[in-house]
Design a binder for this molecule. Structure first.
Ligand code: SAH
Length: 571
């Protein structure tokens, strides 16, 4: 099974609706559209060939809404290793045909069937084994792991040539298939959670039916490995790591789960390790140490249980709650970091001021939105923490950088001052963004190239006397200064006051940059001088940079203006 999320590629706007329909059955998939021909896509590309080859090389499953031939010709130079290649399939523009092309060993037929189902059509499956036996031995259902894929090719050829197979252990997907099952067969398929040494005429599948319960944060990976080795359990048979929510934030538990590539799931109930393991396996489960052949001593910190069927961990308990506080950059999506885009794709809930949520665009599709007024920061932060404590993946959206006059601080303030014990289980992460001053500086050159500071002119959260003191100190220290929140409907005189303080230390012709709606429709960037700085030239969507004594203006030959602050002081 391929773990990378698929890319759906469209070349014209006609195909966008079909692509979105396909994406409904491919969680996490990204819609790629040819620039100039498509809009409302997740990622625009200009070069089809390079984009496709790059995605293929990264192992991304590819679904092209285009002719099969285009995909084959584009990828031909890269097709060399069928074990490595991701699924590639072509879907007809009218949704009438779904054609798996490559990636037979990585689940392309299953992917094709899933897409065909949502499009109400048939997948064009051409793999002999798959058709004859109605099952793909090489890509079993996700809750089974094939231990010896290297033996499968010959094994399947032998079956196609007429050999019979003996089934040891239970797996409905095998017993309900059209495999030639016969207890006297020369070939064997073994379904077991035990470590067995596979041979060429025996395929071994490990069902994910082992639950590891851990109730103490000091249980280490080494210990778990030793327990499993002792019990002769294959690591591919582990379904998940289960624990009380109170230890969700500790690292060991996640190290163990990551090592085995399985989810961590948490319980609110206060259960002992044995009870917890048995809750995970369900009522037919058994503790490993109750099975006579295994000697394993439980010390109250852990327990291992086995279920007769595979366990779907995603239906048991809850995941660890996650709270990501992200910055989208000032506006357009080119200024949003790849990390932030990744987080937005995986999240379940978005919390933020409506305007900022709108800036996220199509990345917000399908998520629960919790919009609020820009002033309700404390309520917003509390709601985000509460949602995350319930196992949601919550993203708090700020514009620019989340740590600069934005929501990251509000979340930590609430966490600190209004603390609730259930918040201790949350994984909190801050993902940076490009701040307005950086975008403003870049738009004109390099005015922040030497020492600088930022000052918010908003006196809602701090007294004006502190602000004036800071402006004077920054001016005296000869910092370039970025002013945030310069003017609002209710705060108009502050900017004139700030200018008058600055004029005590700077010449009237000091360069000043007014940058409004950066990265958004209607962006303007103007360079004026300090004596021209009046409240009517700025608003809440403007960031202002005032130069230091050294800041220079360059008048370019084309009439444009660049501003920079030199890296050294000239005598
Ligand atoms: N976290 C944001 C700042 C939020 S405070 C950041 O790092 O950029 C809000 C102030 O930021 C606004 O009053 C304005 O001064 C500035 N600002 C935010 N986005 C802006 C944009 N796109 N263009 C110009 N200024 C912006």
């Amino acid at each position: 099974m391929n773990k990378v999320a698929p890319a759906v590629i469209v070349l014209s706007q006609n195909s966008v609706t079909l692509a979105r329909k396909i994406i409904t059955v491919l969680p996490g998939a990204t819609l790629y559209g040819l620039a100039g021909r498509t809009c409302d896509v997740d990622i625009s590309f200009t070069n089809f060939g390079d984009t496709l080859r790059e995605l293929f090389a990264q192992g991304t499953p590819l679904i092209g809404i285009c002719a099969a031939g285009i995909l084959i010709r584009t990828l031909a130079p890269l097709i060399s290793d069928k074990r490595q290649e991701p699924p590639v399939l072509a879907v007809a523009e009218d949704g009438s045909a779904v054609v798996p092309l490559l990636g037979g060993l990585n689940g392309v037929n299953d992917l094709a069937r899933r897409i065909a189902e949502v499009l109400d059509t048939q997948a064009a499956i051409t793999t002999t084994g798959d058709i004859r036996f109605r099952t793909a031995l090489l890509s079993p259902p996700p809750e089974y792991h094939l231990a010896n894929p290297e033996d499968a090719k010959t094994f399947i050829s032998d079956l196609l040539a007429g050999e019979q197979v003996k089934l040891e252990g239970t797996a409905p997907w095998l017993s309900n298939s059209q495999l030639p099952i016969d207890p006297k067969g020369n070939l064997t398929i073994q379904v077991t959670e035990r470590c067995v040494i596979p041979t060429a005429n025996c395929l071994v599948y490990h069902p994910k039916n082992i639950a590891i319960a851990i109730t103490h944060p000091d249980v280490t990976l080494d210990l778990v490995q030793a327990l499993l080795a002792n019990a002769d359990i294959a690591s591919a048979a582990i379904a998940g790591i289960f624990a009380p929510i109170t230890i969700a934030a500790y690292a060991n538990i996640h190290t163990i789960a990551d090592f085995y590539g399985v989810p961590t799931r948490f319980f609110r109930e206060d259960l002992a390790a044995e009870a917890l393991a048995l809750t995970a396996t369900g009522r037919d489960g058994k503790l490993l140490n109750s099975l006579s052949q295994i000697a394993i001593a439980y010390d109250g910190r852990y327990a291992i249980a086995i279920s007769p069927q595979p366990i779907d961990p995603n239906t048991i308990g809850q995941p660890q709650g996650r709270l990501a506080i992200i910055g989208t950059g000032p506006g357009s999506s080119q200024w949003m970091s790849p990390e932030v885009k990744e987080i937005l794709k995986s999240a379940t809930d978005l919390v933020g001021y409506k305007t900022y949520l709108d800036l996220v665009g199509s990345l917000a599709a399908g998520k629960q939105r919790h919009e609020s007024d820009n002033r309700e920061e404390i309520a917003r932060a509390t709601m985000a923490l509460d949602l995350a404590a319930n196992g949601r993946y919550v993203v708090v959206v700020s514009s620019g950088d989340p740590g600069i006059y934005a929501m990251a601080t509000a979340v930590f303030e609430v966490f600190d001052h209004h603390h609730k014990p259930e918040w201790d289980s949350i994984d909190i992460h801050v993902a940076p963004g490009i701040s307005a001053m950086q975008a403003a500086a870049a738009a004109v050159g390099a005015p922040l190239g030497h020492d600088f500071c930022t000052i918010s002119l908003s006196d809602i959260l701090k007294p004006w006397s502190i602000i004036t003191q800071r402006i004077a100190a920054a001016a005296e220290a000869d910092f370039a200064i970025a002013f945030y929140n310069p003017v609002s409907k209710d705060r108009t005189w502050q900017l004139a006051d700030a200018r008058d303080i600055l004029l005590r230390y700077r010449t009237p012709n000091t360069p000043v940059i007014l940058a409004r709606n950066l990265g958004r429709p209607g962006q303007t960037v103007k360079v004026i001088t300090l004596d021209q700085l009046t409240p009517d030239v700025a608003d809440m969507r403007t960031v202002i940079i005032v130069g230091s004594s050294q800041t220079k203006i360059i008048n370019r030959i084309d009439g444009s203006v660049s501003v920079y602050t030199p890296r050294r002081y000239y005598k």
